[in-house]
Write a protein that binds this ligand. Sequence first.
Ligand code: PLP
Length: 204
Amino acid sequence: MTYLDIKEKYKDVRIIAVSKYTTDEKIIALHKLGQIEFGENKVQDLARKKAELSETIKWHFIGNLQKNKVNHLIKAKPIMWQSCVSFEMAKYVDTRLDYELPTLLEINVANEDSKAGINPSKAIEEYLAIKQDCKFVKPVGVMCIGAMSDELSEIIKSFELCYKIFDELKKDGANICSMGMSSDYEIAIKSGANMIRLGSVLFN
Ligand SMILES: *Cc1c(COP(=O)(O)O)cnc(C)c1O
C-alpha cells in the first residue's frame, strides 16, 4: 500500500513517518502529500532536520536516549518523546526541561534483551510515578515494538499485552497507544494501536 492508501484505510490512526533512513528530499515530498509528523531515533538527526527542513513538520523522538544527549534533545523541542524507558530517565529529563513534553512509556512487551523499554510488570507503577512526580514530562500513553518473531501469535500476544497496559492507564489520562511498524502495523491496529510508526513502507 502507498502512503495515501494507508491514510485512507486507517483514518483514525495517527501515522508517524519514521525518516531515519531516508533522504531530506523524500521527507519533503511526503510532507507535501500532507504528512506532518515525523520520527527520528537519533538526537542529532532530529535536531538537524528540524532546523533545516520545513518548520511545519512536527518531530517525534523515538530512539534510545543517552544521558549525554538529553540537553541537546530538549533544545531541539520535539513534540513527543516516545521512548522513555523508566521513571529514573523521566526524572533525569524532567529536571532539565523548561516546557511540557508529551511522553510515552516504552514497554519491552516481548521481554527481549535486544530491545529497550520497561518490563511490562513494572509499567503501570512507573507510569503513575512519572505522572505524579514530573513537572514537565507529561505521560500521555505507551509505545512498544512488537515481538521479533515469525509466529503471528507471538506478535499478536505482544501487542495485546501493550494494549492491556494502555487500557488500564486510560483512567489516568493515557490516550496514545503507539505500536506497529512497516511489517506489522495492520496487526497492531487490530490489537488497538491508535498511532503507528512507519519507515520503510513509506520511503522505499
Ligand atoms: C525504525 C523504527 C521504526 C520504523 O521501522 P520500519 O520497519 O522501517 O517501518 C518504528 N519505530 C521505531 C522505534 C524505529 O526505530
